[in-house]
Write a protein that binds this ligand. Sequence first.
Ligand SMILES: [Zn+2]
Length: 283
Amino acid sequence: MKLFNTYIFLIILSTCSTEELRASDNLSVNTKGGVYIHKIKKSDLNSNILLNNQQLLTIEYKNNFFLLYGIPYNSPLGKNDLKIRINNDISHLKFNVQDRNFDTQYINVSSKYINPGIDSQKRISLERKNLIEAKDIWYNRSPDLKFIIPANGIITGKFGTKRFYNGKEGNFHNGLDVAAERGSPIISPSRGKVILTGNYYYNGKFIILDHGKGLKSIFIHLDEILVKKGEIISKGDLIGKIGNTGKSSGPHLHWSLMLNKTYIDPEYFLENRIIDYFSLKLE
Ligand SMILES: [Zn+2]
């Protein structure tokens, strides 16, 4: 299958010009777990732009102004039309959600993560409440969208993969997994503020970093947390160490990225990809 994909990729490379590749690339960001980039007026940059009472990310790039909407994984394919509120005026975000192929993975974890006992269930619901509260936080600072990879290692899990745990279908994989030796460094992929840390049932030791305006990273299964709630972190700062805590089947970093409280693919923010998409909209 891998050979087959490589073959297809080579055919595409040999038949498209760079511009064509860029254009098709641009479409591919409008996917489940992708980002819809919408040009807005300068006067709307600091407006309250709301979708179902949820504030959306707005950003300036080269004197142009954009709104970024994290497209939920469960969005319908094809035409999407979302009603938003800019100040008190109703407006529409209209875009197409493109299909994308996701792999399937089979993973074995301790059975306590599949059927938690009564005491664990109480703990889990309390922890879930704290996580929801952290997701609700709005840190009114523009994020730096030029992300770097937070750990070096082997990519063992991609965003969107269908996951079976001990043979039973679980939630889709909502982040990127980087496997490396226990104790390997984790650095901050972009600047941010630590809004929550802890040692939770499923996450193990984790850090939530708020990059600003609804863009947040969560790093889980850590061996060690090296930052404290409230700390301001620069891009590239050491924040923790890779581990195997919580619902994990070997030492790795699981990194999720959230925008407007929805999980999006972190890989869209690496290697300036998001910035490239803005550039395409500058004409
Ligand atoms: Zn993962």
